[in-house]
Design a protein around this ligand. Structure first.
Ligand SMILES: O=c1[nH]c(=O)c2[nH]c(=O)[nH]c2[nH]1
Length: 278
């Protein structure tokens, strides 16, 4: 039986790029862009795998340098920066047929003219893939931690011999939102879309009376698509960050729904995609 090389890709992962823009605003304040950029390339890579001939291999070290060099004259929105990089690798190297550039942008809040604190409002993400003809842009957010201290129920589920979970009409609902959204367009106001999608996720989480995290997921995805016409699909990954009421009876105390144990694992993982019908 013959043995063949299957799917493969390679690239420099997790390039940590920080750019300071100085004096762009009226008050001359600095601005910071703090990114984690991963490049993955594929194409005519049989030789290097089969014989070790590297004449078609754009070194991952070169990829890293390119990521930094492309930041020299401004980064701009991460979707646009990703597009510039993704197109460059394929368009400049005959042996590279497909590129994927994945970017995380860490949020900083300005404290003053040149001082910042890392903020917890979620990490903006983008993934750009390019095949020499068509670019596909995906935006998103991760690590957006949210909690509703009431307005969440979970009941009506099947009970079998292994079921111990009680039904509840009032629980804490908490999650760390990871969402990605697919753009129906190749160019747009990337920042405006990000703000609108993020606001929609937060608003839907806050104002949905939840009967399950699955229902909340669908409400969040729907709200994004209703608000942002540039998007045609939203995928969500929602860990159910369980908060268990602590039994204080051994200490002679009651617990009228006030003291909880925040468990970190295991957690329910609720995932789903909401899309416009074709
Ligand atoms: O919103 C929820 N969905 C579930 O599927 C589930 N399963 C569970 O044990 N608790 C919950 N909560």
């Amino acid at each position: 039986m013959a043995i063949v090389l299957g799917e493969n890709q390679y690239g420099k992962a997790e390039n940590r790029v920080v750019r300071i823009d100085r004096g762009l605003d009226d008050d001359e304040a600095h601005r910071i862009t703090d990114l984690n950029v991963s490049v993955a390339l594929s194409g005519d890579m049989a030789d290097t795998h089969l014989t070790g001939a590297n004449d078609k291999v754009l070194a991952t070290d070169t990829q890293k340098n390119t990521v930094f060099a492309f930041a020299r004259d401004g980064i701009g929105e991460i979707e646009a920066y990703g597009l510039r990089l993704a197109r460059h690798f394929v368009d400049s190297q005959e042996s590279i047929h497909h590129s994927t550039v994945s970017i995380e942008s860490y949020p900083w809040t300005r404290l003053g003219h040149h001082s910042f604190s890392r903020s917890g409002e979620g990490t903006r993400t983008a993934v750009v893939s390019y095949d020499g003809v068509k670019a596909q842009v995906t935006g998103g957010i991760k690590d957006l931690t949210v909690l509703n201290s009431t307005g969440s129920e979970f009941w009506g589920f099947p009970r079998d011999r292994y079921t111990t979970l009680g039904e509840t009409t009032d629980r804490i609902l908490a999650t760390a939102v990871s969402a990605t959204w697919r753009f129906a367009v190749e160019d747009t106001d990337w920042a405006k879309v990000y703000e609108a999608a993020r606001d929609s996720l937060l608003e839907a989480f806050a104002d949905t009376h939840s009967l399950s995290l699955q229902q909340t997921l669908y409400a969040m995805g729907t709200r994004v698509l209703e608000t942002v016409p540039e998007l045609d699909e939203v995928s969500l990954s929602l860990p159910n960050k369980h908060h268990f009421l602590v039994d204080l009876e051994p200490f002679g105390l009651d617990n009228p729904g006030e003291v909880f144990f925040a468990a970190d694992r295991p957690y329910g993982l609720i995932e789903g995609t909401v899309r416009r019908e074709a």
